[in-house]
Write a protein that binds this ligand. Structure first.
Ligand SMILES: Cc1cc2nc3c(=O)[nH]c(=O)nc-3n(C[C@H](O)[C@H](O)[C@H](O)COP(=O)(O)O)c2cc1C
Length: 473
């Protein structure tokens, strides 16, 4: 059977997301990120193209690693200014019927209790079409500005994230039983208090003794996205993510990554085929190959050298501003995105700083595919066949043009080939993607928190055991 291909739109509530400098292109409309009707129009376009979702990236913090200054990031609008992503969920949902809305939020900065309420609210407002992209963050500036002094070490951030999601699972899955809300006007009982539970969480990083503030939302735990690429990150993805984002520049890297995540997921008792993987790609498509190549060359004229290095420096944690353009990228131990440093300095290719800036100028860390609808469709099918990837997370070069081109030109070509959906499944985002129920399956670690009273007894017993042992000794 020919494999199906899925699309997500990769965007951010800001001007320069992945292609710095292209904000100056005369047709780019990313400066409209402050207008809700801009996002609603985009949502409608993506839904016309049967995209699984619009996925809104986010950073708390800014890119001040390059030349140890914020100057170039500000000048080129490199992910600053940036607005809150979660506030886009409801307006996009109002303008669409099926599109998923993935929202990025970090486990490093906001307390899980307040975040749980914000996320449940979004799941209610979107009628179960919201997803959460779980990130651990990589910008020191974010940690400093929330009073943490600096970022925790990379692997420790994943340890915090593991406890963070445990708190959320307890709140979403365990605090309010099915049927707790009665809205029984005759008996004057809105909620049955016996069915609402304190979660009693006392951990290494968080204490959350009480009740979730929201009644259960359509998906309870919103759909979970993740993009860990390091050892710790992949293990986290394999355990928790339902959709995994990858930014692999070449097929062999992607294939190895996906095989590893699926293997680890199966070892964790999950159905590895029910993890959807999407690779970051920028598609530049036009009616013919020549026209698409001309469009790409035109875009490249607007790419910002400094803007690209602002991103590369922020993602890797290496200040590329300290080198000459002809210097080679060298491996340095950093506390940012470990896998980016490994790709750039440890891979088979040696990069000069200038090559890095040119490569990252359009499309960031992902590959850029340029061509006619047939050419791009061939490439995407080849990637899917050879790597086992389920779909692509499409970044824009010029927005909304890049998305409109995909919807108007590429999607019909893929549909003609029978490799792309022609309609949505009914239900919540989780049901649309996986076809099962609205909630996480019983094989997911969140399911273990559904009977929260049993969890509390178990945890109480485990906490008592060492004390009992020392008394007996
Ligand atoms: C497609 C894609 C989107 C991502 N979006 C974000 C984001 O919005 N915010 C963020 O802090 N990190 C984002 N990341 C970074 C990941 O969360 C993660 O830090 C990175 O993939 C490296 O993995 P590691 O943390 O295990 O080293 C993204 C990564 C990919 C591949």
């Amino acid at each position: 059977m020919v494999r199906q291909i899925r699309f997500n739109a990769f965007d951010m509530n800001c001007v320069g997301h992945q292609s710095p400098g292209l904000w100056a292109h005369p047709r780019d409309r990313s400066y409209k990120y402050k207008d809700l009707d801009y996002w609603q129009d985009l949502g409608r376009t993506l839904e016309r193209g049967i995209f699984d979702g619009i996925f809104i990236a986010d950073v708390i913090g800014y890119y001040d690693v390059y030349k140890q200054s914020l100057f170039h990031a500000l000048e080129q609008a490199a992910q600053i200014p940036v607005n809150d992503p979660l506030q886009l969920a409801a307006p996009i949902a109002l303008a669409t019927e099926h599109l998923g809305i993935g929202i990025t939020a970090s486990t490093s900065f906001e307390h899980p209790y307040t975040f749980a309420r914000r996320l449940s609210t979004a799941d209610h407002h979107t009628k179960g079409r919201v997803g959460w992209n779980i990130v651990t963050s990589y910008l020191e500036s974010g940690a400093k500005n929330v009073g943490q002094g600096g970022l925790r070490r990379h692997d420790n951030r994943y340890e915090v994230a593991t406890e963070y999601v445990e708190v959320l699972y307890k709140l979403f899955e365990g605090s309010w039983e099915e049927g707790a809300v009665l809205r029984d006007a005759d008996r004057r009982i809105f909620t049955d208090p016996s069915k609402v539970h304190e979660i009693g969480h006392k951990g290494k990083y968080f204490d959350v003794p009480g009740f979730h503030l929201c009644e259960p939302s359509p998906q309870r735990t919103p759909l979970l996205y993740q993009a860990g690429a390091s050892g710790a990150g992949k293990t986290f993805a394999a355990q928790h993510a339902e959709c995994v984002f990858v930014a692999a520049p070449i097929k062999s890297v992607l294939k190895a990554y996906i095989a590893d995540v699926r293997r680890q997921a199966a070892e964790a008792g999950r159905d590895a085929r029910k993890i959807l993987t999407y690779n970051l790609v920028t598609v530049i498509v036009d009616e013919t190959d020549d026209k698409a190549q001309a469009k790409f060359r035109e875009y490249q004229q607007y790419a910002s050298y400094d803007g690209a290095l602002v991103f590369m420096s922020g993602w890797s944690g290496i200040d590329f501003g300290q080198y000459a353009p002809t210097d080679l990228v060298k491996k340095v131990e950093t506390n940012a995105i470990v896998s980016v440093v490994d790709h750039l300095a440890g891979g088979s290719k040696s990069w000069t700083i200038e090559e890095l800036a040119r490569w990252g100028g359009v499309g960031g860390l992902g590959p850029v595919f340029v061509g006619s609808p047939a050419t791009i469709a061939d490439i995407l099918q080849e990637w899917v066949e050879e790597t086992d990837v389920d779909g692509f997370n499409l970044a824009y070069a010029v927005t909304p043009e890049s998305f409109e081109d995909v919807v108007n030109l590429l999607v019909p070509e893929l549909q003609k080939r029978g490799v792309y959906p022609t309609s949505y499944r009914p239900g919540t985002l989780r049901e649309k993607l996986f076809g099962d129920g609205p909630y996480l399956p019983s094989s997911h670690p969140a399911a273990a928190y559904r009977d929260i009273e049993a969890v509390k007894r178990r945890e109480h017993h485990a906490a008592e055991a060492p004390a009992r042992q020392s008394v007996e000794a």
